[in-house]
Design a protein around this ligand. Sequence first.
Ligand code: AMP
Ligand code: MG
Length: 346
Amino acid sequence: MKKIITACLAALLVLTLFGCGAGASYEDRTIYGMDTYITLRLSDDSVSDAYVDEVADGCAAIIAKNEKLMSSHDEDAVIYGFNHGADVVENPDSSLVSVLRTAKNLAELTDGAFSPTLGALTELWNVTGGGPVQKDEDVKKALEHVDLSSLTVADEKLSKTDREVKIDLGGIAKGYTAQEILEYLVKTDVKYGAVSMGGNVGVFGEKPDGTPFKIGVTDPRNREDVVGYLSVDNGFVAVSGDYERYFEENGKRYHHIIDPATGAPADSGLASAAVWANSGSAADALSTALFVMGEEKALELYRSGRIRFEAILITTDGKVTVTDGIGEDFELTSDDYVMKNQEAEN
Ligand code: AMP
Ligand code: MG
């Protein structure tokens, strides 16, 4: 993550993009899709506003296409149908096959911390709908239908052996879509810019003044603020945290990231996990997985080299750990947090 480009992005919860370096000039466009606001920040160097509009329309079409494929609550979506009765999908769209294959792969690499078949659990907990807290026996029943091995993904067909297994791509679909958008953007005449959608940022191109893109990492205990800024020159950054969606009961927070080992909201000591990776789907799925795993296991996965990523891990007691490849590229700006001494850890 060394080299350089420019633009100042703030990955606040809804990834607000703000400010920019000298010499850079942008047009911003906002699109609503996949339950979130998506911001495009596109260089207008040598392209007209009308051209930027056309490119934004191209991005909106990608978002709409993937929403109709990957949503588990839009009744017209392919995954919704697969979860509710249609146990087979013949000739699935190539994007759907691709995101499911990547999801399966990341589930294996994270020993199931990322679990795209936990739809029965997310439906049960209904965090977005405000709960309530679930009984252990109901959680246990739902857990019986969280089973990656039930799912077969092939170019010509999706199928499952357990009819009650439900797919939930909420932890990967936005990152995957951000990646498709970037693949499209680099083929246009727009020279550099960024897309941000629901906790995922992707950057592309090279800015005239050569400075990096700066991405603000949301303060998990004050969403209006940032813990600090991460400078990147390429790739994707995704953030998962216990502050994004949750309900409270008897003073306890029940958030939307489920630990597939227990079937309950993950309680790993992390308040948020930000991940850089060179693919959008990997960044998105890994941020969810590392949040579930907690600091120690997340750093173990990092050191194993099984998959290339970098991470910023923020604990519920205000300590920030960054992986070696990030080093000085993360600048802590909040007085409420301290950097953990990595030497002492190792
Ligand atoms: P993110 O905000 O990217 O961490 O994704 C969270 C969303 O992913 C949740 O709202 C669920 O739809 C889904 N999800 C929750 N827990 C997991 C998990 N352990 N593995 C995969 N997806 C999950
Ligand atoms: Mg995710």
